[in-house]
Design a protein around this ligand. Structure first.
Ligand code: GRF
Length: 223
């Protein structure tokens, strides 16, 4: 059996996705270990959660650096010191440096609360409601140079309830984000996923479309 997957988690705020990972590891349902949690905000709840779990919690604060490049270099120096297999961006609200994105291509993922390629960037729930979307959701994708633009690995779909507001929709999507992220990490932990050029490979086969969450499992959907 492969060694537990070493995860570095990047988070700017609340850290509910981080907590879902920690709980799944604690419950023995995810064969991984969180080797460090990194944030651009010293007060992030995610760092508190990491400390509570006895995990290295590191704040790298942009204001302490003269340049973007200096910040990116310091952040990745700290991340690389814990030797992760995979970097998981879970609510990390800053753009990552281009050189670091390139160096970690295929080994860095992000969870984004929309059905990519729809509604990139911020306030995705508001965007979905404003567009009159009947369906919304979340995506896990490989990080590429384009914001929220890398190859999508897996998605969860949530029907929009007529008349609901963005906060209600966000809460229902978040509820499905956690199993989505955990199921995706399960495939990484089993060494079943990788990136080949621009293609997501599952068990050595190119995925024609993102995996879809059904309950707590990821499934392949026919076109
Ligand atoms: C999630 O909605 C995630 O998809 C987005 O930011 C939010 C982070 O939530 N990228 P949390 O910090 O994990 O609770």
């Amino acid at each position: 059996m492969a060694a537990p997957l070493r995860l570095a988690v990047l988070a700017s705020g609340r850290g509910s996705n981080l907590q879902a990972i920690l709980d799944a590891i604690g419950d023995g349902v995810l064969d991984a270990t969180v080797v460090g949690v990194f944030s651009d905000r010293a007060g992030a709840k995610a760092l508190e959660r990491a400390r509570g779990a006895g995990i290295a919690a590191v704040a790298v604060t942009p204001a302490h650096f003269d340049s973007r490049d200096g910040f990116d270099a310091a952040l990745f120096e700290a991340i690389e010191a814990v030797q992760p297999d995979l970097i998981v961006c879970a609510g990390y609200m800053r753009l990552l440096g281009a050189a670091q994105v390139e160096a970690w291509k295929g080994r860095m993922i992000n969870i984004h609360p929309s059905l990519l390629p729809l509604f990139k960037g911020l306030r995705t729930h508001e965007q979905a409601l404003a567009a009159g979307a009947l369906e919304h959701g979340a995506s896990v994708h490989f990080v590429s140079a384009e914001l929220d633009g890398g190859p999508v690995i897996a998605q969860t779909r949530v029907a929009v309830v007529p008349g609901e507001d963005a906060a209600a929709l966000a809460a229902r999507v978040l509820d499905r984000e956690h199993p989505l992220l955990l199921a995706t990490l399960g495939l990484f932990a089993a060494r079943r996923l990788r990136l080949d050029g621009g293609s997501v490979m599952l068990d050595g086969r190119r995925l024609a479309r993102p995996l879809q969450l059904a309950g707590t499992e990821l499934v392949e959907i026919e076109a």
